[in-house]
Design a binder for this molecule. Structure first.
Ligand code: V0V
Ligand code: CO
Length: 145
């Protein structure tokens, strides 16, 4: 099952500007920055809190170009909440269980996510309009979570 909210993904035009906003407004601290070519994003994770099931973050996302998931989202809807990422213990097992319930999987197999996580997305049209990400954190705590 789902163990926590791992992160809320927020689409923006200017990553550095939004990082500065979250730092100065909420006092959040950047835990990691990464360019993920496969996902078409430059992203930063800002640490919010630590809980019994792991940590939670705000993920700020700037598109690498207009023809990417976040680039298309910004053109259509503008800046704002892009996806919710839930923690799971085993993303492959979660995909199998959820795929059996007529929810379309955007990823048949886990892919590389922020801070060494294994991630997979579910189609927003099958989750009430919410792009939903499953996140299995890296086992090695040095990788962040
Ligand atoms: C698109 N739609 C959304 C949406 N993006 N609805 C809710 N939330 C979103 N974020 C709607 C859109 O309004 C359309 O509905 C419909 O889905 C098809 O969208 P589209 O404009 O054709 O856009 P596409 O071609 O980008 O397809 C949308 C999907 C795509 C969701 C299939 O963006 C995708 O595969 N996303 C998964 C990968 C991803 O988002 N990566 C970036 C984050 P109407 O208007 O026709 O009704 S990477 C990340 O989070 C990482 C690395 C991490 O956490 O570690
Ligand atoms: Co994400």
């Amino acid at each position: 099952g789902l163990t926590r909210i791992d992160h809320v993904g927020i689409a923006c035009h200017d990553l550095e500007e939004k990082i500065a906003f979250y730092e100065s407004t909420f006092g959040l601290v950047v835990a990691s920055r990464e360019v993920n070519e496969a996902q078409g994003v430059k992203e930063a994770m800002l640490h919010v809190a630590d809980g019994p099931a792991g940590s939670s973050y705000v993920q700020l996302l700037e598109p690498l170009g207009p023809d990417t998931p976040v680039g298309r989202f910004l053109a259509k809807r503008g800046e704002g909440v892009h996806h919710v990422g839930y923690g799971v213990d085993d993303v492959a097992a979660a995909l199998e269980a959820i795929g059996a319930k007529h929810v379309r999987l955007l990823d048949e197999r886990p892919r590389h996510g922020s801070m060494g996580a294994s991630i997979a997305f579910l189609h927003p049209k099958d989750v009430g309009g919410v792009l939903t990400e499953l996140v299995q954190a890296a086992k090695d705590p040095r990788q962040g979570r």
